[in-house]
Design a protein around this ligand. Structure first.
Ligand code: DUC
Ligand code: ZN
Ligand code: ZN
Length: 464
């Protein structure tokens, strides 16, 4: 009788706590042993010279999510989860967006149907609450939290999504009652509308003006306000996609005062600046996302936030639209004003290689911080731990095998998503996830897609 289904032999296993030379024994999709001389297995994988790390958990992605009439998301659950696997990510947490006048159950039915039989890696939905009625917060949410939907996102901006302060307080107290975790998109809606109108009146409609319509104070003020509302209700929150020092420092100050505010940043705030939106013609539309990329000092501030722990989470906020497409960035209205350019950039596959190369290889963060920021902290924050997010006995065998020395020039064709560009085209990175496995089965092996569409499962979560 064989001891294991698979042994990954000879690699260096990295977790958020340790780096160790050992083999990994896998049985029934879970990690069953860590050590040497583990015995016999149906299959042995040679990982000499490789890093064996927890597969990434991307806790902020938008897949098959409508944004405006006539605009189509570039990635559905098939292409999005395929791209995740090529980038070393084994669990993605997309959003299930409630429309106004829609129940959360109806929304979930629609999104589960979109994801059914489509996913290459595991998924777990966050809810987006756009219509926080008494029955949504008092009846639906408590039941859904018990069923494992333990987190939700709210918006302080965007027509049809933005909640008023009173509504935010109601959502936060429902989160406190149910033990769920609220993610906040923090930008001041009135500031954005005022500046957008003004820029348009002045004929400043090119994609670059998107960045000027959503300045740092709009993000800082909303971050401060979200934290204040959470303090009033006495509940933890996550401030997502932080782009600059001022919003970062609001989070740091709140935590120094004893609050529990989790910060998240994303590759676009480490690698892009507002000047990327200045490209010739409409090129800048490729980089339109919210909050917008800022400047070099903001990039440094975000790196410091990751290194110091103000940001516990590094996610992609993958929200892809094709560029050269009338249903994407170059829609007819988008050409008339930045107001109509769909917000979002792709990043689900590039997320980990960017942090590994720019972070670990360049000495900004340690390997342990890399694992914490890309996997373990997501699992702990959102109730997936210890099933996911580590290489430990009993955990799902969700593993990325990395060649830490491979030099790669990022090009869009390496990422396997549904978009037609990457904001990181031409970026040279060191280190690449050569193979990715979910629950003990390879999805990508030595750069080839070998997994089955539909193998990815939806995972119910505990309270984080
Ligand atoms: N901003 C968001 O809030 N979500 C998706 C993409 C974006 O740019
Ligand atoms: Zn957002
Ligand atoms: Zn988002």
């Amino acid at each position: 009788m064989l001891d294991f289904d698979m042994i990954i032999r000879g690699g260096t296993v990295v977790t958020a706590g340790d780096t160790m030379r050992c083999d990994v024994g896998i049985r029934d999709g879970r990690i069953a042993a860590l050590g040497t001389d583990l015995g016999r297995a149906a299959e042995t994988v040679d990982a000499h010279g490789m890093l064996v790390m927890p597969g990434g958990i991307d806790s902020h992605v938008h897949l098959a999510q409508p944004s405006a009439p006539g605009i189509v998301s570039a990635d559905d659950f098939e292409t999005g989860t395929r791209s995740a696997a090529f980038g070393g990510t084994t669990t993605v947490m997309p959003f299930c967006m409630q429309e106004r006048d829609q129940s959360l159950r109806e929304a979930l039915k629609i999104y589960h149907a979109r994801a059914e039989d489509a996913c290459y890696v595991d998924t777990s939905f966050h809810l987006i609450i756009a219509d926080p009625t008494a029955s949504v917060l008092g009846q639906e949410l408590p039941a859904l939290v018990e069923e494992g939907y333990t987190s939700l996102k709210i918006y302080m901006t965007y027509a049809g999504l933005a909640l008023k302060d009173g509504e935010i307080l109601e959502v936060l107290s429902a989160a406190r009652r149910t033990g769920s975790l609220v993610m906040v998109h923090a930008e001041n809606d009135d500031v954005i509308r005022f500046l957008t109108d003004q820029l348009e009146r002045d004929g400043k409609t090119a994609p670059y003006y998107h960045a000027l319509s959503r300045p740092v104070p709009a993000e800082r003020e909303a971050t401060h306000r979200a934290i204040t509302l959470a303090e009033v209700v006495d509940v933890p929150i996550v401030i997502v996609h932080v782009s600059n020092a001022e919003a970062r420092d609001e989070i740091a100050r709140a935590n120094a005062r004893g609050l529990n505010i989790v910060g998240e940043t994303c590759p676009q705030y480490l690698m892009l600046t507002a000047s990327d939106l200045e490209g010739l013609d409409m090129e800048g539309a490729k980089y339109v996302c919210s909050p917008p990329p800022r400047d070099r000092s903001s990039q440094e501030a975000c790196w410091e936030g990751l290194a110091r722990g103000t940001f516990a989470l590094y996610s992609s906020d993958h929200c892809a639209f094709r560029y050269n497409d009338p249903a994407g960035k170059l829609n007819a209205k988008g050409r008339s004003s930045f107001r109509w350019v769909p917000n979002g950039v792709p990043g689900i596959a590039a997320r980990l290689p960017i942090l590994f190369s720019e972070g670990v290889i360049k000495g900004r963060i340690s390997l342990q911080q890399f694992v914490a920021l890309t996997a373990t902290n997501h699992a702990r924050t959102y109730g997936l731990y210890p099933r996911k997010g580590s290489i430990a006995i009993g955990s799902d065998a969700d593993i990325a095998i990395w060649d830490p020395e491979r030099q790669v020039t990022i090009t869009h064709d390496l990422l396997h998503d549904g978009a037609d560009y990457t904001p990181y085209e031409g970026l040279q990175v060191t280190g690449w996830p050569v193979s990715t496995m979910v629950r003990g089965r390879f999805v990508v092996r030595d750069g080839d897609l070998v997994g089955a569409k539909g193998f990815g499962e939806h995972v119910a979560r505990t309270k984080g």
